[in-house]
Design a binder for this molecule. Structure first.
Ligand code: FAD
Length: 374
């Protein structure tokens, strides 16, 4: 069986890795568009405290978080150790004790079903600041020990490299579908024809361009996110936890004395790749409210990414229309670094026709596909 994977963000890279390890011939094609979401994503993996109130979302996000340790050990066997994943825990912070009571109760209720979320501990402002020194000294917190952070670029590139070690081919460029008598027979990249038995579309926010050639309007919109990277020279940030205030903003740290603070959620921007004055203002003001100790940090860069947003909160995973050889996996929105590797593995199973434990009907792509009348 020969499969072309179009788009190698975190979802496509994981699918390719899973497919090639099960003996499938895999061709990965990636354009690495400016603003691809995986390169800009913050990297918080902590679905248990999300304010999203949807059982099907929670189910797949939880599985996504649970899948990481297994993926990390698979990559380690393939010699890939630099993956940017670490369980550092998360601090849910607030000035409001009642708000924290409610979070504590909600997360503790999930412990039995999701033991991977680890311990749930109430911390004083002093203890909270000890764990994340720039934090506002008035915040109490709930610490969740199973939360993790992941560097999207590192884990994606590790999966791509590991897929290549197992025999996959990587082509840089933009793929178009080849359609003969209504059937997809392969793809074209820079004039080169690649025939395939199946095509997996993991093209993030760009997937609608491919679906259009098949006669579908795909309801995926890019949502721009601007996110700050702040250097704190001399600080050992390796073990700093993720910080989750009760807003859509947050921060987390990586090993290289770097704190990441995000992010804007801008709809209607299309693929307008730019850092805006209001975006910078919003992100830095929110960050300094929560962590005034960052004020003397060095602003290293602002990253911009386009989250692939579907018509609702759930990802799109499954076959496209009646075609049995075209599979779509996108629409992971703001949670793609959490669920991306798991969704990629699910997509690989669909391509191969394997049986799958999870009921995939809530995620069927049909709800986001409209036939274009020509
Ligand atoms: P992408 O990463 O966008 O990859 C799609 C790839 O397909 C690209 O490389 C593109 O070039 C390629 N492509 C498209 N069309 C073609 C074509 N025709 N031919 C070849 N290649 C093509 N998620 C979390 O879980 N936690 C977070 O903390 C978090 N923070 C975020 C912060 C920001 C600012 C942003 C923007 C996102 C964040 N996310 C987070 C969400 C997450 O980053 C995305 O949901 C996820 O990266 C989407 O992955 P993807 O593989 O579907 O898409």
């Amino acid at each position: 069986m020969k499969v072309v994977v179009i788009g190698c963000g975190i979802v496509g890279a994981s699918a390719a890795y899973s497919l090639v390890k099960s003996g499938v011939e895999v061709i990965m094609i990636d354009k690495e568009h400016e603003g691809n979401a995986t390169s800009a994503g913050a990297g918080i993996v902590c679905p248990w405290v999300s304010r999203v109130d949807d059982e099907d979302w929670y189910k797949i996000a939880r599985e996504g978080a649970k899948f990481y340790p297994d993926l990390i050990s698979q990559l380690s066997v393939d010699g890939e150790e630099n993956v940017g994943y670490k369980k550092v825990g998360a601090l849910c912070v607030s000035h409001d004790a009642e708000e924290l009571d409610a979070i504590e109760e909600k997360v503790k209720n999930k412990q039995k079903e999701s033991p991977e979320l680890g311990d749930v501990v109430r911390l004083t402002p002093e203890k909270s600041q000890e764990l994340f020194p720039p934090l506002n000294k008035d915040y109490e917190s709930i610490f969740i020990s199973g939360a993790a952070r992941v560097d999207g670029r590192l884990i994606r590139d590790a999966m791509k490299r590991a897929a290549k070690k197992h025999g996959a081919t990587l082509i840089s460029g933009e793929a178009e579908l080849i359609i003969e008598n209504g059937e997809v027979t392969g793809v074209m990249v820079d004039g080169e024809v690649i025939n395939a038995d199946s095509v997996l579309i993991t093209a993030g926010g760009w997937a609608p361009f491919l679906l259009k050639s098949l006669g579908f309007e795909l309801k995926i919109e890019p949502q721009r996110g601007q996110i700050a990277h702040i250097e704190l020279p001399g600080e050992d940030t390796t073990d700093w936890p993720v910080v989750l205030p009760q807003t859509s903003h947050y921060m987390l740290a990586f090993d290289d004395s770097r704190v990441v603070a995000g992010a804007t959620r801008e709809t209607g921007t299309g693929f307008d790749y730019k850092t805006t004055v209001s975006g910078v203002n919003e992100v830095l003001s929110e960050a300094l409210n929560v962590a005034p100790g960052l004020s003397n940090g060095k602003l290293k860069e602002f990253r911009i990414g386009f989250r692939p947003m579907g018509p609702d909160i759930l990802p799109l995973i499954g076959k496209v229309g009646e075609r049995s050889n075209v599979v779509l996996a996108t629409g992971l929105g703001a949670s793609g670094l959490t669920m991306g590797p798991y969704v990629g593995r699910l997509a690989a199973s669909i391509v191969k026709g394997d049986s799958i434990d999870l009921d995939l009907s809530p995620y069927r792509p049909a709800r986001a596909l409209e036939t274009v009348l020509t």
